[in-house]
Design a protein around this ligand. Sequence first.
Ligand code: IMP
Ligand code: MG
Length: 180
Amino acid sequence: MGKDLERVLITEEELQAKIKELAGRIDEDYAGGELLIVGVLKGAVMVMADLARALHLPVQMDWMAVSSYGAGTKTSGVVRVLKDLDTDIAGRHVLVVEDIIDSGLTLSWLVHNLKSRNPASVEICAALRKPDAVKVALDVKYIGFDIPNEFVIGYGLDYAERYRNLPFIGTLAPHVYGAS
Ligand code: IMP
Ligand code: MG
């Protein structure tokens, strides 16, 4: 692993502290209610697992899988549903949990799609956000860290399906994905 990782951008401790802080805000905002957290597979698995355990609210968990990136590092802009929700979200408070917002195309499509199912509300929680995300009108209520425009791995994020299990966020050495 050593030579593929350029540097650690966010440590495990920083991630865990931030997730607890976000969970505290979410507990307050939805106090007295029930929440359906929807993880976007596969990248959101770590955030979902940590966030769900940090929340004190009654929470249900569901998952969607959509295609965004292939094996490369650029988004296609084309979103395909690979796995839909098991739950009917009509009348429910929904919180979409994501690993990272890059172009924002995936989430803006997803939020539009979920809102058409008449939920009580739809909000977004993302661990990371890159600068390009500002180009899309996307209302992100809970954000962990704004990061520079670099390709990152770990804490659910992959490069060609590898490195998802790293407990921290690191940057990938450019030689791994063929940049100069
Ligand atoms: P967007 O539609 O451009 O916002 O793409 C979001 C999705 O692209 C995320 O859910 C990730 O799966 C993937 N992605 C974006 N940036 C990175 C990165 O730096 N590392 C790994 N995956 C990324
Ligand atoms: Mg993802």
